[in-house]
Design a protein around this ligand. Structure first.
Ligand SMILES: Cc1ncc(COP(=O)(O)O)c(C=O)c1O
Length: 380
């Protein structure tokens, strides 16, 4: 039962449009790329992994998550597509669950391989992850020879379906220093070393897809296809790459007005009296706060949208409420308790990207912080 009117609407048509755009980009040399694996970790970047995976399932080949728990939840909700689990699996039980629920672990270390070998699992598909410069999870170049030996010894119990790497210029991805090119170069060498022992190679996050990496002639590879693992762009944002492609933010956070009052000149608003009225002011109290994932750092900085007009938020954002200044709104007399407001998102100028910029963070953080007490509602 949903009683709250502070909600995050998730637009099915927008995510399908974004998907179409990304698949179009992903097609190179007229060949359709077969491995297309939306990253729906962290509750699909805060959008609700069940809603998102159900919309996408008919149109994609795989899904990517980090936690085994995330993958198990999707299975329990009836998702049938292969699911790659990118997080470290460090127990026999984890690999047994992969076998039982037909999940595909992404193995990133010799330790994980060792745990797998001792797990008693007969045979599963897995992907191998390589670290080409991110210095996070993954085998390193120096590990290649030893890894090849181990993989060759394991052919009867482990099917290496794919190999992958991850680019360090992902979240603010202009790549002026050329890190992506460097990483891609290392990646092509690793691919060659392992050629013949995997079906798919994947490295294309949103930034790499949008910057046209798969189209660069000099990097065209002799592999069957290069897989894509987009996250942010699918949810409607560009991670900072120059691109002619437009994406549609799929989440719109909405709330309602729960009080409206006029205060006198010199009255203050909210904790700490950080905002003081310079004139008689019409204040609206909105039912959203930092416990909903509306970042407190946005206090006195952001705007909301009421009937198509922006109104500034005033004073500190509280745990459950935020105040807005309605004084200059042309319809302020018609705005009453229960009025719906757009807090951010959708096609509006106030969105995860513009708000993130104000507080020196990235849209990924805003999206993933919309809290569990904000119901996600699928809309057309
Ligand atoms: C391993 C991996 N692949 C792909 C992605 C998707 O990246 P993006 O959301 O920038 O497209 C991520 C996101 O952090 C990731 O960790």
């Amino acid at each position: 039962m949903i009683l709250r009117q502070t909600v995050a609407e998730i637009s099915k048509s927008s995510i399908l449009k974004n998907l179409e755009t990304l698949k179009e980009i992903h097609k190179t040399n007229g060949k359709s790329r077969l491995f297309f694996c939306p990253m729906i970790k962290a509750n699909a970047y805060g959008h609700d992994d069940v809603i998102v995976s159900k919309i996408l399932e008919p149109h994609v080949s795989h899904f990517g998550v980090v936690l085994l728990e995330e993958a198990l939840k999707l299975r329990s909700q009836g998702i049938k597509r292969p699911i790659l689990v990118f997080g470290l699996l460090d127990s026999s039980q984890s690999f047994k669950l992969c076998e039982e629920y037909d999940l595909t672990p992404v193995i990133s270390s010799f330790d994980a391989l060792k745990v797998y070998m001792g797990s008693g699992v007969k045979k599963i598909k897995a992907h191998l992850k390589f670290d080409t410069g991110m210095t996070r999870l993954g085998f390193q170049k120096e590990d290649l020879n030893a890894l090849k030996v181990q993989i060759n010894n394991l052919t009867s119990s482990l099917e290496i379906e794919g190999i992958c790497t991850h680019f360090l210029n992902g979240e603010d991805a202009k790549d002026e220093e050329g890190f992506t090119q460097e990483q891609f170069k290392s990646w092509t060498e690793i691919e060659k070393e392992f050629s013949g022992s995997y079906k798919v190679s994947h490295c294309l996050n949103s930034a790499a897809l949008l910057s046209g990496l798969p189209h660069r002639e000099k990097f065209q590879l002799d592999v069957n296809y290069m897989g894509a693992r987009p996250g942010l762009s699918l949810f409607g944002y560009n991670p900072g790459v120059e691109s002619t492609h437009r994406f549609h933010p799929i989440m719109t956070v909405k709330s309602i007005l729960v009080q409206k009052k006029t205060i006198n000149t010199d009255a203050t608003v909210s904790y700490g009296a950080t905002w003081r009225a310079r004139r008689p002011t019409v204040v609206g109290v909105v039912a959203i706060g930092y416990a909903d994932g509306y970042f407190r750092q946005l206090s006195n900085q952001a705007e909301m949208i009421v009937r198509g007009y922006t109104v500034p938020i005033i004073g500190r954002i509280c745990m459950d409420y935020t105040m807005v200044d309605l004084t200059d709104h042309p319809m302020k007399d018609q705005i009453h308790i229960g009025e719906s407001l757009i807090v951010w998102g959708g096609a509006h100028s106030v969105n995860a990207q513009t708000l993130a910029k104000k507080i020196d963070t990235i849209p990924y953080e805003l999206l993933t912080h919309v809290s569990a007490r904000v119901p996600r509602l699928e809309v057309d």
